[in-house]
Design a protein around this ligand. Structure first.
Ligand SMILES: Nc1nc2c(ncn2[C@@H]2O[C@H](COP(=O)(O)OP(=O)(O)OP(=O)(O)O)[C@@H](O)[C@H]2O)c(=O)[nH]1
Ligand SMILES: [Mg+2]
Length: 277
């Protein structure tokens, strides 16, 4: 059942506050948002008749706390660094963003910074070839910071507009992961004299609340500028966007809505609300 119908069904029956609360929590809307919504229902400010508008207003209030627009560097290249746990959708999202930028008329270079997983570079090479875009890579097991160094170097000399940097999802330990990402970020800073225009943490919408603990881990390593929420096409409610913004004030910049190259939505309040309701 769609979210809107489901909540309406709670609202049309008296005393279903607890079920509604449980439902919102299980859809990852987080404690704060859920309690505030249920409170307004109890106070009869929200009812079945005005629920859609009231819900939209509350979601908008939160989303407007952050800037969801995509950042570009005044002086090229614009660098986007994608990070996140294995299988979250980093490499696929790189291909999707590359396609989007290419369609905007920008020149794009892809950097295969995942030197850890076997086949990672090959996966990215396939995407780069199908999009007819240049890629910088090294052999598996190499130092990711060194690939990134080469990639930025090449992007600068070719006057590339947008450089997209892929990274490994799993490394030996959390400590190596953090050290590795710090090194990659500092190489980008060294070569471009600024932080990446976007450091995007890619989160699988199905992970629900554990998305929040992933933010905790990754923000230790780098300054996250935005979230990409992938697999938003399935039955996941995507409610986790709300506590992410409430707790961390980090905007969601993209929604991944499928496995093919066009399945990426630049985040907006309207598209998000439409999807979740
Ligand atoms: N349905 C759906 N599938 C997605 C989406 N994004 C990625 N996938 C799929 O998720 C799987 C993992 O995607 P990858 O892009 O390889 O993930 P990754 O984060 O690069 O993984 P590692 O390189 O192993 O760390 C692939 O089968 C993708 O097709 C999405 O938005 N929706
Ligand atoms: Mg990958």
């Amino acid at each position: 059942m769609k979210l809107l119908e489901k909540i309406r069904s709670f609202l049309t029956r008296e005393g279903k506050f607890e079920d509604m609360e449980e439902f919102l929590l299980s859809n990852n809307f987080g404690i704060e948002f859920t309690e505030s919504l249920v409170k307004e229902v109890k106070e009869r400010k929200i009812n079945a008749g005005n629920f859609k508008e009231a819900f939209a207003r509350k979601v908008k209030d939160i989303i407007q706390q952050v800037d969801s627009s995509l950042h570009f560097s005044d002086i090229p290249p614009t660098v986007y660094l994608l990070i996140g746990s294995n299988g979250s959708g980093k490499t696929t999202t790189i291909a999707k963003i590359a396609n989007l930028m290419k369609n905007k008329g920008k020149t794009v270079l892809i950097v295969a910074g995942d030197t850890f997983r076997s086949g990672a570079a090959e996966q990215l090479i396939e995407w780069a070839n199908s999009l007819d875009l240049p890629i910088v890579k090294q052999k598996q097991g190499g130092d990711p910071a060194s690939v990134v160094y080469d990639g930025i170097d090449s992007g600068i000399s070719k006057k590339i507009d947008v450089i997209l940097v892929d990274t490994a999802g799993r490394v030996e330990t959390k400590k190596t992961l953090i050290e590795e990402l710090k090194k990659v970020e500092s190489v980008i800073v060294k070569k471009t004299e600024k932080l990446p225009a976007e450091t995007l943490l890619v989160l699988d919408a199905y992970t629900g609340q554990s998305a929040l603990s992933q933010i905790e881990i990754y923000k230790e390593a780098v300054s996250i500028t935005g979230i990409v929420l992938t697999k938003f096409d399935g039955s996941s409610s995507g409610g986790v966007v709300i506590p992410i913004i409430e707790k961390y004030k980090i905007p969601v910049k993209f929604l991944g809505t499928g496995e093919s190259i066009e399945d990426l939505n630049v985040f907006s309040f309207d598209s998000y609300l439409n999807k979740i309701l």
